[in-house]
Ligand binder design. Sequence first.
Ligand code: GLA
Length: 349
Amino acid sequence: MSLKKAYEQYFKIGTSVSRFDLKSDKAREELKKHYSSMTAENDMKPMFFVDKEASQADPEKYNLQPVMTYDTARPYLEFAKANGIALRGHTLAWHNQTPIWFFKESFQDDFEAPWASKETMIARLEWYIKNVLNFVQTEYPGVIYAWDVVNEAVEEQDELGWRQRSPWYKTVGPEFVMHAFRFARKYAAPEVKLFYNDYNTFNPFKRDFILENIVKPLMAEKLIDGIGMQTHLVIKEFDHDLEQYAVALEKYGATGLEVQSTELDIHCADPSEEGMQKLAEAYKKLFELYVNAKKTGKANVTCVTFWGMKDDVSWLTGFRRERSYPLLFGDNWEEKEAYRAVVKVAEEA
Ligand code: GLA
C-alpha cells in the first residue's frame, strides 16, 4: 500500500531526500510510490547556494550581492518535476549550514572577523532570497510549493526566547525574521506557501513564544501561510511529548494557518520486536492525531514529511550516538510494524 494513496484525502506524505537517494534506482522507485512531497535533506541550504571563492574574489563588488550558484539543487528540482512530486524548499534563513563568512565583513572566513553591518546583512538577505526564488521560479516554475523561510529562530528550553547565538540575530536582531518573510513574500510566486519551521515546537514555552513573537506579527502583515513542526521525537519521551504535541497542534491550528509536520522521526535504539512494536504504537497515535485534527478542522494539516526513507540513512544514529531505528522502513526497505500501523490508521479513519 502506498503511503501517499492511503493519506490522499487528508494530507501529503513527504520525505527528506539525499543526493545518494536520487542516484539509487530503488530509492527513486520508493519515492515515486510512497511520497507526494519531498524535501532536499541538505542540498538546498544556504551553504550550497553561496559561492565563497567567487564572492571573496572581489568582496567590495559583491558586498551586498554575494555570488550564488544552484547546481546542487537541480537534481531535486528535475526529479520532482519529472515525477509530479511537490517540493518543499528548505530553508532560506537559518543559523546552521550557512557559512560564517556570509555574515562577515569582506566575507572573511574567520569566526573572529567583524560581523557585517546590519544594513549589509539585510541587503544580503534580500539578495539571497530574491535570487533563490527567482532561480527556482524561472527555471522550474510550480515545482516548489512551500518554503521554510526561517528555520529555528527560537531557543529551546532555557527560556531565552530568541536564539541569540544565531549570526542572523547577532547581525540584524530579532527583526531578521520579519525581513526574511517580507522578502520571501515579495519574490515568491503567489501560490507558494511560506512557513516558519522549528524543532520542539510542542514545548510550551517555545510554542507560546513562536505564536506571540513570530506568528502573530507575521499574520498581521499576511506574510505567513504555515507553521512547520519538525517533529524529531524520542520514543522514551513519547507519551509525555505527545500530550504537549496535541495541545500545540491545536493552538497552531487555531491560527487558521496550515500546519505541516516537516521532519518526522522517532528516535528508537531498540530494534527488537518489542521495541519496534512500541515504535508502531507511537506512530499510530501520532497519525491518529493528525487525521483527527484534519477531520475536525482543529488544524489544517497539509503534509507530514518523514526525515529519511529508511532506518540506516537516518541522521539520528550520528546525532544520538547510538544506532537508531526511527522510521517506517528498515535498512533493506522492508516494511516495518510502524509502516503497517500508519497505513492502518488511514484505512480505519
Ligand atoms: C534540523 C534541520 C534539518 C536537518 C535536521 C537534522 O531539523 O531543519 O534540515 O538538518 O536538523 O538532520
